[in-house]
Ligand binder design. Structure first.
Ligand code: 5AD
Ligand code: SF4
Length: 470
């Protein structure tokens, strides 16, 4: 039987990117190979995001398009199955089944290891829905990627260390869609990282909705804090860079600060969402930290790693946000000086406490505040990137660039950097003399290899990966 074709379209955060890979690994065992085209696929999975309104609207318009593709597939005499996975599936499973007859299976993030059975059930019964939080830990059931899959995915990989969130920020759906906070055991993570390293991965990004709340069981039978996990992983041969995302300012323990002080592999670039600079709004958001608490956390990082840079998330127009509250956010941003940040208009999420709040901010005010905040962030980001010009910075080379002869990699601050070189530098960290900047990309040349690698530049980057949670 020829291999069946699988197309996965992921929206939203890094966790979804990672989950998509795990679903592909699970379905590889069922004879599916991935294809870039939804139209020619036998199985299409929409891996959805529910964090803001637009994200879930996109799902329904995508399902409209898929209906046409599925009809065409039927006319061509072949079947196409459509699966909705991810957080919209979790939050609105019943409604999806009701509203979108094109959908065969709805599966929540905790049940991806059941996908083969769900597809079989849909075949037998017409459709299948699973959005319970099963008692077993899905991580014990999700298969490891094959060596080929690891190599095809490149030198940088995500590894989930925790999932879910118990913080219940009043605007956020994550505690409802991803469930209670749980951490994977240390040894399981070590095994995953070792296997990735053995197959050419050089950089690991540890992911979770609230990654620094990590408290997984260690081999000594005790819960390990996040910093201790980082120390353990930094000792794995082949791993030259470690990153993590996303962190909560309240969970920055001393072991994490020590890890930044002690581990050369731990990159000095931290995504630390603030959400607002107003204590009144932070309290209404149930963030459980003040703007000054946040500033103090930033100072603790900076004391041990002066070259550290930060990115953040901000929400404008949270219910009751006044011009004065918004000014406090601008003041916080101006004071911290970010390498980049994401900013969002507040979007009421059904079922969250903030969605019940009455003092809504007008769309016009939200638009205007968003534009002002983004313009401040853009200017900080561009100053950060411009500061790299003329410096020598370490780059981990990842792949051939679209421009012939160029190889692209990333700096410590996730800035893309391009050089002319042969592709045997892929997988290596090499110093690059930065000559110019093109949009967010640094252009330069390999610095003389006789020079020691330099990692000093407070060169600034667009945080180029999607973020999640916190
Ligand atoms: N409205 C707007 N932005 C939100 N975020 C989370 N929930 C909402 C919401 N209801 C943002 C937060 C979070 C990021 C991933 O998305 O800033 O850190
Ligand atoms: Fe948890 Fe982050 Fe959502 Fe707050 S914003 S509830 S910390 S995932």
């Amino acid at each position: 039987m020829p291999p069946r074709k699988l197309h996965i379209k992921s929206y939203g955060c890094q966790m979804n990117v990672y989950d998509a890979q795990r679903m592909a690994d699970t379905l590889a065992g069922e004879g599916f190979v991935e294809t870039a085209s939804a139209e020619e696929a036998d199985l299409v999975i929409l891996n959805t995001c529910h964090i803001r309104e637009k994200a879930s609207e996109k799902v329904y318009s995508e399902l409209g398009r898929l209906r046409a593709a599925k009809d065409q597939a039927a006319r061509d005499g072949r079947g196409m199955s459509v699966v909705v996975a991810g957080c919209v599936a979790q939050a609105e499973g019943d409604e999806i089944i009701r509203r979108a007859p094109v959908v065969d299976v709805v599966v929540g993030p905790q049940s991806y290891h059941h996908l083969p059975q769900l597809l079989a059930r849909a075949k037998a019964d017409g459709r299948a829905l699973e959005t319970e939080f099963p008692v077993e830990d899905k991580f014990g059931f999700l298969p490891q990627p094959s060596r080929r899959a690891i190599r095809a995915r490149g030198v940088s990989a995500f590894v989930t260390v925790q999932e879910g969130c118990d913080k219940f920020c009043t605007f956020c759906v994550v505690p409802y869609t991803r469930g209670a906070e749980m951490s994977r055991p240390v040894e399981m993570i070590v095994e995953d990282v070792q296997r990735l390293a053995d197959n050419g991965v050089r950089e690991i990004t540890l992911i979770g909705q609230n990654v620094n709340a990590y408290h997984g069981d260690g081999p000594d039978g005790r819960p390990w804090p996040f910093g201790k996990l980082l120390h353990r992983l930094a000792g794995i041969p082949g791993i030259v860079r470690l990153r993590y995302s996303t962190s909560h300012p309240r969970d920055v323990e001393e072991t994490l600060i020590e890890a930044h002080r002690d581990l050369a592999a731990l990159m000095p670039f931290v995504h630390l969402p603030a959400q607002s600079g107003s204590d009144r709004i932070l309290a209404a958001m149930n963030r459980r930290h003040t703007a000054d608490d946040y500033r103090r956390v930033i100072d603790r990082f900076r004391r041990v790693r002066p070259d550290i840079a930060f990115s953040s998330d901000f929400i404008v127009g949270f219910p009751g946000e006044t011009e004065q509250d918004f000014a406090a956010t601008l003041a916080l941003v101006a004071q911290i000086g970010y390498a980049g940040a994401y900013s969002f208009k507040y979007s009421p999420r059904p079922g969250t406490p903030a969605a019940e709040m009455k003092e809504t901010v007008s769309t016009a005010d939200m638009d205007e505040r968003l534009a002002r905040l983004q313009s401040l962030i853009d200017s900080q980001q561009s100053a950060f990137n411009t500061a790299s010009i003329g410096r020598t910075v370490d780059v981990l080379f990842e792949r051939a660039a679209r421009n012939a002869g160029q190889i692209v990699g990333r700096t410590a601050y996730l800035q893309p950097a391009h050089v002319m070189a042969s592709d045997d530098i892929i997988g290596q960290v090499l110093p690059v003399a930065v000559e110019s900047l093109e949009r967010y990309s640094l252009l330069g040349s390999l610095a003389s290899l006789s020079r020691a690698p330099v990692n000093d530049a407070p060169a600034k980057a667009a945080p180029s990966q999607a973020t999640m949670g916190v």
